[in-house]
Design a protein around this ligand. Sequence first.
Ligand SMILES: [Mg+2]
Length: 183
Amino acid sequence: MNLGFDIDGVISDFVAYFATIARKHYGLTLDESDIYCHDLDYVLGISRQERDRLVRETLLGDLQPIEGAKETLERLNSHGHKIIILTARFGDLNSVTRDWLQKKGIPYSLLIQSNQGEKHLAEVDLDLVVEDDLEDALGWSKKVKTVLVYDHPWNQSFNVKGLIKRVYSWNDIFEEIQQLKAT
Ligand SMILES: [Mg+2]
């Protein structure tokens, strides 16, 4: 199957590193539960330009993978699935991103960079996608059968149409892929 994965908030623990940057600049102790929406400029009360500087500084840092990400992706890769990385990181961070994926031992066959909210416009056929941003997850739901949202405080939703399915760990992601394969 063709499996799509977002990086930040799904494969990488972006927020843990972002918190160290927020502490450095503002003396603020930021917990994941404080990040109630995906727009960090709103969370911190700063301009978009300032937010982009902090995000860039974070992405240039040594982000750690979320528990189970590397092992599960290796397992899926060895099962013959095609792993496609879908990110809304800044376009000029392509080589930084590739270096990070390699350094952390994340297997993938394709890396696609898009603007936030426009990921689903990429010309790629996916059986399943994992996102932490609701805007992109709902975009994907127009064309991908199974859209998994990695649970975080910034992506809560009543999900009244059942367009997404919530997962809480990489074990959950693996189970969902096994189930989809069986159907
Ligand atoms: Mg993300």
